[in-house]
Design a binder for this molecule. Structure first.
Ligand code: PNS
Length: 170
């Protein structure tokens, strides 16, 4: 039996949005397993702790693909080292625009330089979600705007509660 084709979808996911979920759904149609991997980055101020982000991703992805096909994890250090440890053949990045492409291209080339056996696969998300980013969602929620349709309801509730309480990690 051929070995399962594993994709890593890395990111900050602070928090996971409907844009991310769209990319995860598309990726699950292409790969046997998808690992959504949260970068542990103590230098970056985050609203949610890494463990909370992993838990929210696990909960939100429970219905995608086959049971156990999409999982969540956290990693630190170089992405390609983590991907190799997981036996992944691909790193997934979502593209919303040419700006995203310009950001991703040198990173994909650097990752290919470091680990030529791991392919970066860019997934173009749905146009109707192209305005969504974790950063903008936090800005809107922080200023009292509606975040309906931008992220899973359970995450939206937690985000609003957290921002109201004025809490962030680190
Ligand atoms: O959601 P983000 O913040 O756009 O995700 C960025 C991420 C996690 C994909 C990127 O920062 C990353 O891969 N960091 C790991 C460190 C690394 O491997 N750096 C070299 C890549 S060129």
């Amino acid at each position: 039996m051929p070995s399962p084709r594993i994709a890593i979808f890395p990111g900050s996911f602070d928090p996971l949005t409907n844009g991310h979920l769209d990319v995860i759904r598309r990726t699950a149609r292409l790969f046997d397993r998808v690992i959504v991997a949260v970068l542990i980055n103590p230098k970056k101020r985050a609203v949610f702790a890494v463990d909370d982000r992993v838990a929210m991703i696990t909960e939100s992805c429970a219905g995608i693909g086959q049971p156990g096909q999409v999982t969540a994890d956290a990693f630190e250090g170089l992405l390609v080292h983590y991907a190799a440890r997981q036996g992944a053949c691909a790193v997934i990045r979502g593209l919303r625009s040419g700006v995203d492409f310009d950001y991703e291209r040198p990173r994909a080339l650097m990752n290919a330089h470091l680990a030529p056996e791991i392919e970066t696969v860019c997934v173009i998300g749905a146009d109707r979600l192209a305005h969504i980013s974790s950063r903008l969602v936090k800005e809107v929620a922080g200023l009292g705007g509606s975040v309906e349709g931008l992220l899973p309801d359970a995450i939206a509730q937690r985000l609003v509660a957290r921002l109201r309480a004025g809490k962030s990690e680190s």
